[in-house]
Design a protein around this ligand. Structure first.
Ligand code: SAM
Length: 370
């Protein structure tokens, strides 16, 4: 159960996707004066040394944050994220990588609250120590929050989330980022979100997940679309095409329920660059789709399938506004595609997906979470 250590994967392409989006979610939450609660159901260790034995052994960060570090042509959202990583590395040498708790601490305001859950017996100790150092640093700067700004709990984040909703200020940003080592994590995420939306429908919920060939992963996003949230936004980043043996994490996704209305434009602007810079072979690509809840549709008997019940109107951002039905494949279908064919076998329009720009020879994709 405790075999997963994020230290092996810190700063890889999946962390880049997750954390640059996390920065944007905080920036949006910060636009309103009312304080909010940030809940990190799977916090990890908080900060990672990129010269640790684990990080060096996997080398995953080299093809993630390593490829963005020092670039002067970053789109604004990536520049904000890389600046944040830069604050941890003032010498200019990339030695430390911020986990989601550090990102939250850096972006949230003094009046906001951070609630962090971690189960691993070693990582919870590292996390608690990192938070202690952060608080000492804030105190040195004369920044004092009223009450406990950051709480760390050695507990199951799925259960912890339930107990914290609705938050006192009625504003919350939730990050759900389990290891997905066990298939049950997919179900736990769905169940936790279902419950969370009942308790607090207005919350902003962000879920990271690995795009793998296993069934649970392939069906995951379509299942999240059926949750009773008003809106969702879904983005995937593939840095390489799937390998024949099915191993390796080449692709991951972020699924955001009740997303900022500004995020879609930010993703459109940022994802082509990420594909270009992080892409490892001609399978590198991204996909963005969004949807809103459709209510009151009457299911048709026979004939073409129509959305029913909680089905959402989903539009891949091609401008075509096609209707995707629950159970239909999303753009992460591992089947090989013909040149010029989109994820659903339709010709790509230039705005749908980045035309992948292969960058150098194909490389081993990171081992990632599986
Ligand atoms: N969110 C972190 C970040 O972005 O820096 C990375 C988290 S890592 C992918 C997942 C973490 O969840 C691991 O540290 C693991 O020990 C922890 N974990 C696994 N199951 C958990 C559970 N049920 N509740 C809380 N933490 C859990």
């Amino acid at each position: 159960m405790f075999s997963y250590r994020h230290a092996f994967h810190a700063g890889n392409h999946a962390d880049v996707l997750k954390h640059f989006i996390q920065v944007q979610l905080h920036k949006y939450m910060n636009q309103k004066d009312t304080a909010y609660t940030y809940i990190d159901t799977h916090a990890g260790a908080g900060v990672y040394a990129l010269d640790s034995a684990q990080a060096v052994r996997s080398g995953e960060y080299i093809d993630g944050i390593g490829r963005l570090w020092g670039r002067d042509d970053l789109p604004p959202a990536l520049a904000e994220y890389v600046d944040l990583v830069g604050k941890l590395n003032p010498s200019g040498k990339l030695r430390w990588y911020p986990g989601s708790p550090w990102v939250a601490d850096a972006e949230a305001r003094l009046e906001d609250r951070l609630r962090l859950f971690e189960l691993h017996p070693a990582d919870i100790r590292v996390l608690a120590e990192n938070v202690r150092k952060l608080e000492a640093h804030h105190a040195e700067q004369g920044e004092r929050a009223r009450g406990r700004r950051i709480l760390v709990e050695h507990a199951d984040g799925f259960h912890g989330l339930k107990a914290l909703l609705p938050p006192p200020s009625r504003r919350a940003l939730v990050l759900i980022d389990p290891p997905y080592e066990v298939k049950l994590d997919y179900k736990h995420v769905r169940d936790a979100l279902d419950e969370a939306l009942k308790r607090f429908p207005a919350g902003m919920y962000a879920v990271w997940y690995p795009v793998l060939q296993r069934m649970e992963s392939r069906q995951f996003a379509d299942r999240l679309k059926r949750l009773p949230a008003k809106e969702w936004l879904h983005v995937t980043l593939s840095v390489a095409g799937p390998r024949a043996d099915g191993n390796g994490l080449h692709s991951s996704g972020m699924f955001i329920l009740n997303p900022p209305y500004t995020l879609e434009a930010t993703l459109r602007e940022t994802m082509p660059y990420l594909v270009q810079v992080l892409g490892q072979d001609s399978g590198a690509t991204f996909r963005i789709e969004k949807g809103t809840q459709v209510t009151g549709t009457v299911p048709a008997l026979g004939g073409p399938r129509k959305p029913v019940g909680n089905a959402r109107r989903a539009s891949p951002l091609s401008g075509g506004g096609s209707l995707r039905l629950p159970g239909q494949p999303f753009g992460d279908d591992p089947r090989p595609r013909k040149e010029g064919e989109g994820a659903e076998g339709r010709p790509r329009t230039p705005r749908t997906e980045a035309k992948p720009t292969p960058r150098g020879p194909a490389k081993r994709s990171g081992s990632g979470r599986s």
